[in-house]
Ligand binder design. Structure first.
Ligand code: C5P
Length: 391
């Protein structure tokens, strides 16, 4: 699936630079065209000749060459379908985050507006440095994907988190990004995520274990598929699309309703609390009696309300069940009236809540049932979006 795709690889000065040689070979074997940019320090770890032979292209280091009428940083970013920086040092990550363009690699990164993936590798203490983490968040907020380093033996003699993630992970991330279809271009997709927080008093609340990861993965995939995304979430996230931060079910309801008329797709992945306290206590409730009773009242069912008022929107609900998944999901899609329902089995510890993986079953209005096998939440997200946008 990489046939004739243009992959631009930036190699920075870390010991893991030598590993990129075999990655270049893998990309070439899959039919891609590869060009390599090195920082001056990278050449302390790999030679230009090796990279040139493997990529079957010139290796780029300087910004201006006499044979090209366009400056190299512009012609290379025009040429590439995707840019991968691996290994990415703390230094290069910091420069890209701050918009510093002091060598060819950072200049290309500065001019690059297509998909970029960064695979950091560094000493474990550097990895934990506050500035490095902040810079990575800045990159993420701009839509740059980063592949976290792994734990293990580091070249500096330390053992910890910092070694370049596996080449297989990098290869798959590039492959996935290259094969994204722009099926949602021009569509507005509104997604809810996270568990709502129902306050009891100024210090206490009722909530649930939802991490918001599935909703976030859906939002990122929809964005990659060209959609205008609005993520309404109870969690703090940094993303290159519009985020509306909410707390309670009532706040979520208001935010969703504000976006509803102009939306093409609404995906309710949030775990909305079914009940809230009847009366919020303005003051902290004091310890006293051995037992106390909180009176709860029902929250609005946002999903069911949307389905009743829908015009042309495609509405997707989620359901988390700990038993009789399919039976409960069938009853739920009929009751709520949504176009699709994505059912999660929360009795399994390896998927769902707080996990990075999921396995779901999609039901449509006619109770056609499709199971998506266990995969990362980003793969599941993409499959869900492809499914609902082509049915
Ligand atoms: O009824 P149940 O909570 O299982 O339904 C789950 C689906 O309904 C999810 O899509 C969730 O976001 C939505 N929901 C809602 N409002 C509620 C409760 C759930 O929109 N009060």
């Amino acid at each position: 699936m990489m046939q004739n795709k243009h992959i631009l690889i930036g190699i920075t000065g870390g010991i893991a630079a030598y590993k990129i040689c075999s990655l270049i070979r893998d990309f070439k074997k899959s039919g891609a065209e590869v060009k390599v940019i090195v920082t001056p320090n990278a050449l302390n770890f790999v030679t230009k000749l090796t990279l040139q032979n493997l990529s079957q292209n010139e290796v780029y280091e300087g910004e201006f060459t006499p044979q090209n009428w366009k400056p190299e940083h512009i012609s290379l970013s025009d040429w590439a379908d995707i840019m991968l920086i691996a290994p990415a040092t703390a230094n290069t990550i910091g420069k890209i985050a701050q918009g510093i363009a002091d060598n060819l690699l950072t200049s290309v990164a500065c001019a690059f507006s297509k998909k970029m993936i960064v695979a950091p590798a560094m000493n474990c203490n550097m990895w934990q440095n506050e500035s490095v983490q902040k810079n990575l968040k800045t990159l993420q907020a701009r839509g740059i994907e980063y592949l976290p380093p792994e734990e293990g033996f580091l070249a500096c003699g330390y053992v910890g988190k910092g070694r370049l993630c596996s080449l297989e992970k990098i290869f798959n991330a590039v492959d996935e990004a290259l094969n994204y279809s722009e099926t949602l271009k021009g569509e507005k997709v509104v997604i809810t995520a996270g568990g709502t927080i129902e306050e009891i008093d100024p210090v206490r609340y009722i909530s649930n274990y939802s991490s918001g990861k599935m909703g976030l993965a859906l939002a990122k995939s929809a964005h990659d598929m060209g959609a205008e995304v609005v993520l309404i979430t109870t969690k703090d996230v940094e993303c290159p699309f519009r985020i509306i931060k909410v707390k309670s079910a009532l706040e979520m309801e208001e935010a969703v309703k504000d976006e509803f008329d102009t939306a093409d797709y609404i995906i309710m992945a949030a775990a909305v609390a079914d009940y809230k306290v009847k009366e919020y206590s303005q003051q902290k409730i004091k310890k006293g009696e051995d037992t106390i009773t909180l009176e709860l009242v029902k929250n609005p069912d946002i999903l069911a309300e949307l389905c009743q008022n829908k015009t042309s929107q495609i509405i997707v609900g989620f359901c988390a069940e700990s038993e009789n998944l399919i039976e409960n999901a069938k009853a739920k899609i009929l009751k709520k009236g949504c176009d699709f329902l994505v059912a999660n089995d929360i009795s399994r510890k390896d998927i769902g809540f707080n996990s990075d993986e999921n396995e779901v079953t999609i039901l449509d209005k006619n109770i056609n049932i499709t199971k998506l096998e266990k995969a990362s939440k980003s793969v599941i997200a993409r499959k869900i979006l492809e499914w609902i946008s082509t049915k």
